[in-house]
Design a protein around this ligand. Structure first.
Ligand SMILES: [Fe+2]
Length: 268
């Protein structure tokens, strides 16, 4: 598996606080079946001012330490950007760090309890520069949890979504799990990643979420944790996630749920 969202670089944010902890996270990921990670520290104005150069240097340092300690984990550069009107300018001036530093995909995080009014405009401006924004864990945002259909305008404009593994396994509670499963079955996610911050509760484990996705649809776990992250790494076109037929729940879907499903299916 490839974990494309992990806070494994030491001392950059609220993730790993030391090289020792980073190496423990790496060992845990390898033990879970992860062969590569994209290190994605927070970039948040005023709180985590991690520059592209600083992240690239930290990735090199971690790679050397992994080699010294014989830990077979590949590490690639990336970052998790808090939604900010400055992002398009950073991209334009080549100061933003895209996934794998490939200039093609950018991880974007929404504030925990808000969908800012300027969000759609920023996504539009990011896309104008040939970069595809990937919304991380929409299922954990308060507004999307209240009304999951608010994700539609972003998907319609070409944004992709990445689910946190723990959301599917119930780590963040039943409501987050329900929203995550709904998005999963509606084909909204292209990726599942750990978003691990250490070796405790939010650890680098993907296998449990892989199994949950496989139980809903054979091959889905593989697509989200292996195939699509690999496509992204190799610069190949991503595979479209399936819309999973909800045999059991279909009769229980209300009018708005059916309308949402129709609309979301049309964007696939
Ligand atoms: Fe994160």
């Amino acid at each position: 598996m490839i974990d494309m969202h992990i806070h494994i670089l030491p001392g950059m944010d609220d993730g790993s606080q030391s090289m020792e902890e980073s190496l423990d996270m790496a060992r845990r990921a390898v033990a879970d079946g992860v062969k590569a990670v994209v290190a994605t520290p927070h970039v948040m104005a005023g709180l985590y001012n991690n520059s592209k150069e600083k992240i690239l240097d930290a990735v090199q340092e971690l790679r050397s330490q992994l080699q010294v300690h014989n830990i077979p984990l590949e590490v690639y550069p990336g970052a998790e950007y808090m939604l900010d009107p400055e992002i398009p300018r950073l991209l334009k001036e080549c100061h933003a760090l895209t996934l794998y530093d490939s200039g093609k995909y950018l991880l974007v995080e929404f504030p925990t309890a808000d969908i800012p009014v300027y969000a759609v405009q920023i996504f539009f401006e990011i896309a104008l520069q040939g970069v595809t924004p990937i919304i991380v864990h929409p299922e954990r945002n308060g507004k999307f949890m209240e009304d999951p259909e608010k994700l539609l305008p972003f998907i319609e404009r070409g944004a992709l979504c990445q689910c946190t593994a723990g959301s599917l396994t119930g780590l963040f509670g039943s409501r987050v799990r329900q929203v995550a499963v709904d998005y999963l079955l509606d084909g909204c996610y292209h990726f599942v990643s750990s978003d691990a911050h250490g070796t405790g509760g939010r650890s680098p484990v993907l296998s449990e979420a892989y199994r949950v996705a496989e139980e809903y649809s054979a091959g889905l776990g593989e697509l989200l944790t292996m195939d699509n992250p690999a496509c992204l790494l190799q610069g190949r076109a991503l595979m479209r996630p399936p819309v999973v037929d909800r045999q059991v729940d279909k009769g229980k879907l209300g009018f708005w749920s059916r309308l949402w499903r129709k609309k979301i299916t049309a964007t696939r």
